[in-house]
Design a protein around this ligand. Structure first.
Ligand code: HAM
Length: 434
């Protein structure tokens, strides 16, 4: 038996209403804040990720899905959404438009991680990026938007962790002090942190091993090393959050798992017991566009994992609006009635009414059982008598009543009571979900 690859999952019909719910809230918040959708390819030149998320991060070293296509080009499955957005920003000359450019995406990301609850090899991110503006008010807006999105989902229990990791001017001085501090404790470091000490010292701070955490407690704080501009930026971000009454916690050990960040970094942690994984994270990446060959373009953004959001919605037993169901089930008895049922189903569908028609030659009891399990509002029954009279039996499954009605009457009354839905009301996958 084939199974979905480890760390991936099928999203079954009964799960789709959660996805539809989350995506609708995402699209709504993006509309409110003026973000436009962008869909990027599911694979890119592998260097886009390996160069931008950089060496020393787990993502660059161990987690990318890299493959060669038949022409020998090295490609990578999309590992995250920010670098592709920057690539598209440059490729399509979006820097020529008035800045900032605000874009959002909903799509799959692939990371070869050890699968566990809330951590998958294929997950889906909702993310948004504002490119081309250094104003700390934009950092505040991006954080506010994340907060408003989570609140709109009905997930009020989270904390916003905030830090600044400085810029290319002030970070090297801090890293030197950090390396000095950790060198004094080298014997107690885990093997990964011994490598981090050389390759990616900032990541020493968020090692989860107890012995390393102890060393982190006494480590120097980056906020004491910020240059005057980064200091001012960080103060303004905090001030903006206070003005909007957005609660946050300063966390000097927050450094994020990707290497492109500068200045503001933030993460959203769920406050549910037992859930340690971040609901989302983001920050500034003022040098990323330049690193990809563009002009200096300050930018800031955020992304959240949809599977983790749904996990939290379920944990909190959130009531999600049910998916659209078919209006009626059409049952029939006998060969003549089967043909009438086929014609009726076609007529109703053309009138915009969603129906499911029985198939094969099941007993009426079997067909009614099927109608019950589908949960349609009506069952339409056609027998030999109804074929002769051009009528049907219309059974109202909710009020437990039934009537004999003419076919013309049936179409008219179902149409009046069930106006045709527009596609976006029905489909859980908007076109940007790739
Ligand atoms: P990230 O923190 O690597 O940041 O991922 C963002 C979110 O995606 C995480 O907080 C988590 O909710 C979800 N996520 C990440 N990996 C997995 C996984 N293996 N399984 C399930 N969910 C996962 C970024 O990707 C940045 N591009 C965010 C950003 C946007 N920064 C600036 N703009």
């Amino acid at each position: 038996m084939y199974k979905a690859p480890r760390g991936t999952s099928d999203i079954l019909p009964q799960e789709q209403n959660y996805w539809k719910y989350v995506k609708e809230k995402a699209v709504l918040v993006c509309h409110l804040y003026g973000y436009q959708p962008l869909t990027t390819p599911i694979f890119e030149d592998s260097r886009l990720f390996s160069r931008t998320v950089s060496g020393g991060t787990d993502l660059a070293d161990k987690e990318m899905y890299i493959f060669e296509d038949r022409s020998g080009q090295k490609l990578a499955l999309r590992a995250e959404g920010t670098a592709p957005v920057c690539r598209a920003y440059l490729e399509h000359g979006l820097f020529n438009l008035p800045q900032p450019i605000k874009l959002y995406y909903i799509g799959a990301a692939f990371r070869y991680e050890r699968p566990q609850a809330g951590r998958y090899r294929q997950h889906h991110q909702f993310g948004y990026e504002a490119l081309g503006d250094v104003d700390p008010a934009l950092d505040v807006e991006v954080i506010e938007m994340a907060q408003q999105f989570l609140l709109s989902l009905g997930l009020p229990k989270f904390s916003i962790q905030l830090n600044s990791i400085g810029c290319e001017l002030c970070q090297p001085g801090y890293i030197k002090s950090l390396q000095q501090h950790y060198s004094n404790h080298i014997a107690d470091l885990c093997p990964d942190c011994k490598t981090r000490l050389l390759k990616n010292p900032l990541r020493l701070l968020d090692c989860k091993k107890a012995s390393c955490q102890k060393i982190a407690e006494t480590a120097p704080k980056i906020t004491n090393y910020l240059c005057p501009k980064c200091q001012e930026h960080f103060q303004n971000v905090q001030q903006g959050l206070k003005t909007l009454e957005i609660p946050f916690q300063l966390n000097h050990r927050l450094v994020r798992g990707l290497d492109y960040y500068t200045r503001t970094v933030f993460e959203i942690e769920p406050q549910e017991e037992g859930s340690q994984s971040a609901l989302g994270g983001g920050g500034r990446y003022d040098n990323l566009v330049e690193q990809l060959g563009g002009k200096h373009t300050p930018a800031v953004g955020f992304a959240t994992g949809i599977e983790r959001l749904i996990l939290n919605l379920k944990r909190q037993k959130m009531e999600i609006p049910p998916s659209c169901k078919s209006v009626a089930f059409i049952a029939y008895l006998g060969e003549g009635a089967k043909i009438e049922a086929m014609k009726l189903a076609s007529r109703l569908r053309q009138a915009g009414i969603a129906v499911i028609k029985a198939t094969g030659s099941k007993s009426l009891k079997g067909q009614l059982r099927q109608a019950n399990s589908l949960g349609t509002n009506y069952t339409i029954i056609i027998g030999e008598k109804e074929v002769k009279n051009q009528t049907v039996v219309l059974r109202d499954m909710i009020n437990n009543k039934q009537d004999s009605v003419s076919i013309d009457e049936l179409v008219l009354s179902l149409k009046q009571n069930n106006p045709p839905r527009i596609i976006s009301q029905i489909h859980s996958q908007p076109p940007d979900m790739i």
